[in-house]
Design a protein around this ligand. Structure first.
Ligand code: HEM
Length: 389
């Protein structure tokens, strides 16, 4: 039997905690391989160990799910596949996910951000989750896919259900994904019959000699984009807005010199990682720091802990908007490295540029903000602010 560590590792409690970082520091220092009997997870928290797991996809597989519950969607999804099938899927979607297509979204992102900010009453309290951080990423992904979104709230609820797997409230992960499949099944026939210039049409109609995806594979990929591309960015944006509110001098400097934003955004992603951890399953017996992890065990990579590892990040517990280099793992690494990283960075930059230009002194009503309770996400589901106090 594996020995029980002195720390209780509950990913949900940690994602909801205002300051889980002392626990992460203890894990790194005292229990670099920590077995959590409550969740049957082997937790690695040091940067080099997380990196090792990410870069060895043969030993540490994704096929049995990457959230701690091991939830795997019915239709094939890139994120829970292993080579060689993952390689095939990724090369097919890569062709549609081009820098040119992403760049075309810049003007759209700015326009939607401005419209959303227009609707804020500067002197009243506004829930920024409702007003900005939730609708913007949803609008961007639906624009990318070329689908209209009639019921954003229902959509966010179901996408969230899959990501917050095991949160206990609202639809289950399986119900959430079923809802998204049904939604996509309704729009695909139209694109099959009359292809446009959108990503779905491109996936359904590959060029000569390009890999062809099945109908189910296209649905699976679009469903993944709708989940992986929305909640994550919502949380990243909310976390960044709170981090800057807590540091008014840095915020003021960035409002005056927005050229500093890309670097500051990397620091936000490192400092409050929106995906604090994901898991893999060992395909063979493996040993890390002298601890034997059996084949079939679930290994949890605590990105949020690794991203503050002093061995890699000097003054890792300090927010440094000019940190460089900043090799954080918020977007993962290796074969599953986030396909939407550059799009997410663009969204964050434009949203923060516009927010800081319009409301440079916004105040977060921190005592009433509500954090998500989630196995695989850290962010806010209610983010009250006064835009111009
Ligand atoms: C700040 C926002 C985001 C964060 C923090 C984030 C984080 C991540 C992480 C940690 C993974 C790796 C999963 C693993 O290693 O098992 C991932 C994969 C992925 N992300 Fe993102 N993501 C973000 C935004 C986006 C956006 C905007 C999109 C789409 C437009 C997207 C699409 C994907 C896809 C398709 C994968 C799967 C890649 C694969 O398995 O090969 N993500 N993301």
């Amino acid at each position: 039997m594996p020995e029980t560590g002195a720390i209780e590792f509950d990913p949900q409690a940690l994602s909801e905690a205002p300051d889980p970082y002392p626990t992460f520091a203890r894990l790194r220092a005292e229990h670099p391989v920590h077995y959590s009997p409550e969740r049957d997870l082997w937790v690695v928290s040091r940067y080099e160990d997380v990196r090792r797991v990410l870069l060895d996809a043969e030993t540490f597989a994704s096929g049995k799910g990457t959230v701690p519950t091991g939830f795997v969607a019915v239709k094939p999804m890139l994120i829970t596949q292993d080579p060689p099938y993952h390689t095939h899927l990724r090369s097919a979607v890569h062709l549609a996910f081009t820098p040119r297509r992403m760049a075309k979204l810049d003007a759209f992102i700015r326009r939607v951000t401005r419209e959303l900010l227009d609707s804020i009453d500067p002197s009243a309290e506004t829930d920024l989750f409702e007003a900005l951080t939730d609708p913007l990423p949803v609008a961007v992904i639906t624009e990318l896919l070329g689908v209209g979104i009639e019921d954003r709230k229902a959509f966010s609820l179901h996408a969230g259900a899959v990501i917050h797997a095991n949160a206990g409230a609202g639809p289950t992960a399986a119900e959430g994904i079923e809802w998204i499949y049904r939604y996509l099944e309704n729009v695909l026939p139209e694109r099959e019959a009359r292809p446009g210039d959108d990503l779905v049409s491109r996936l359904l109609h590959p060029g000569e000699g390009e890999p062809r995806l099945s109908h189910d594979e296209v649905v699976g990929f679009c469903a993944l984009l709708l989940m992986a591309g929305t909640e994550t960015t919502t949380n990243a944006l909310g976390n960044a807005i709170v981090a800057l509110h807590e540091r008014p001098q840095i915020r003021q400097r960035l409002a005056e010199q927005p050229a500093g934003l890309p670097r500051a955004i990397e620091e936000c992603l490192r400092f409050e990682s929106p995906v604090p951890g994901l898991s893999r399953v060992a395909t063979r017996d493996v040993e890390i720091h002298g601890r034997k992890i059996p084949e079939g065990a679930r290994i949890h990579m605590a990105f949020a802990a690794a991203n503050r590892d002093e061995q890699v990040f000097r003054n890792g517990e300090t927010f440094d908007p000019e940190r460089s280099p900043n090799p954080h793992l918020a977007f993962s690494l290796g074969i599953h490295f986030c396909l939407g990283a550059s799009l997410a960075r663009t969204e964050l930059r434009i949203a923060l540029e516009e927010l800081l230009a319009r409301f440079p002194r916004y105040r977060v009503v921190a005592e009433r903000a509500v954090r998500l309770r989630s196995d695989a996400a850290r962010g806010y589901s209610f983010l009250p602010i006064v835009a111009a106090p």
